[in-house]
Every structure is written in C-alpha cells, then in structure tokens.
Design a protein. Structure first.
Length: 82
C-alpha cells in the first residue's frame, strides 16, 4: 500500500518528534519535502497511508505533537482532509 496522505507541521522540530513517535508505534511513515501543491512554514511533511489515519491521530495526540493539516491524494492531487 502506498503512502497517500501527508501531515503538515509548523516546525521541523515537530516533524522529527512526530516521526519518532509514529515509527515507535510501528507505523509506515516517511519524512519528505512538502508537496509543491501545498505550503508549509517548515518545508517538511510526513507521508503515511490514509488507512492508518486513526492510529496516526492517536499516536500524535498521545505524544503531544499536533499537526497543522492533513492532505490525502485524490484524483491526481492533494485534498485537505478534516
């Protein structure tokens, strides 16, 4: 399964903290540049499988590491998800 969603954060520090927590929980994530269609202050995002969204939310809430936005790939582009 491909990583079809991205998390956007306010800072690189939060990206690194989130990556560490998500990997420790056994989730398939990858730090990558923010996709061109999107914008971010820090320039990095975390890609993950949208089917893991609930687990991602739980892990990041438990780690005290909120994200700014989440976007899911749909019909050739990213769409902001609630």
């Amino acid at each position: 399964m491909t990583r079809d969603a991205v998390l956007i954060f306010h800072s690189i520090h939060k990206v690194m903290k989130a990556e560490k927590a998500l990997r420790a929980a056994g989730l398939d994530v990858r730090v990558m540049p923010v996709p061109r269609q999107l914008s971010s202050d820090c320039g990095l995002s975390i890609a993950f499988r949208s089917q893991d969204r609930e687990a991602v939310d739980e892990v990041l809430e438990g780690a005290g590491c909120p994200y700014e936005e989440v976007h899911v790939w749909h019909d050739g582009g990213y769409r902001r998800d609630a």
